[in-house]
Design a protein around this ligand. Structure first.
Ligand code: FES
Ligand code: FES
Length: 219
């Protein structure tokens, strides 16, 4: 077998090169952390998944579900109740596409299990308004072109409704300068509070305009 010298002067064999190539290909094909944890969570052959009954009040209607205890709220909504308005983006709590309101508070539904929310009042984009009777936030997003592809929009709108409620309740954000005063309805506050909702189409400034209009203040 021939031996060459690399730039460091150390001998490199053809076998070394092939092994390095194989290692690179293996790492590229390695499953992501999410896929690995999902695989780890898979039920072993012959084992039964752990099932539980949970009652969820979704958009004003109570649903009794008999589900695998590992079912996320997002999967319960999308796969069991067929409410597909809530979107799956990252599935890791980082994009906000799956945001819904749980007892009025915005929640990334991919990061909470359905069984952790018994009796909770869940509001999804389908429960905020209908095409015939839009929620003011939905109407404002349309008016201000607060979306392009629309994939992030259900989460953005649910989050925006939650944001205005947080400000009304005086909940401070990282951008709040005076913790003794009511938070301002400023663009800085809105951008900070909406920073967990990513929009790959970059409709951010229009989203802020839409929320500002619903809040009833000048942008
Ligand atoms: Fe839930 Fe991205 S899908 S935060
Ligand atoms: Fe396309 Fe936000 S409108 S990702």
């Amino acid at each position: 077998m021939s031996m060459d010298n690399d730039r460091s002067g150390l001998p490199v064999t053809r076998r070394d090169v092939l092994m390095a190539g194989a290692a690179t290909a293996a790492s590229a094909a390695a499953p992501t952390a999410t896929a690995q944890s999902a695989a780890a969570a898979a039920v072993a052959p012959g084992e039964q998944p752990s099932m539980a009954k949970v009652a969820l009040n979704v958009n004003g209607r109570v649903h009794e579900l008999d589900i695998d205890t590992r079912t996320t709220l997002l999967d319960a909504l999308r796969e069991h109740l067929h409410l597909t308005g809530s979107k799956r983006g990252c599935d890791q709590g980082q994009c906000g596409a799956c945001t819904v309101l749980v007892d009025g508070r915005r929640t990334v539904s991919c990061l909470t299990l359905a069984v952790m929310n018994p009796g909770a009042k869940v509001t999804t984009i389908e429960g905020l308004g209908t095409p015939q009777r839009l929620h003011p936030m939905q109407a404002a997003f349309i008016k201000h072109d607060g979306f392009q592809c629309g994939y992030c929009t259900p989460g953005q709108i649910c989050s925006a409704v939650g944001v205005l409620d947080e400000i009304r309740r005086g909940v401070p954000s990282h951008a709040t300068t005076d913790l003794t005063a009511r938070p301002l309805l400023s663009a800085v506050e809105l951008r900070e509070r909406m920073s967990g909702n990513l929009c790959r189409c970059g409709a951010y400034s229009n989203i802020v305009e839409a929320i500002t209009e619903v809040a009833g203040v000048k942008a």
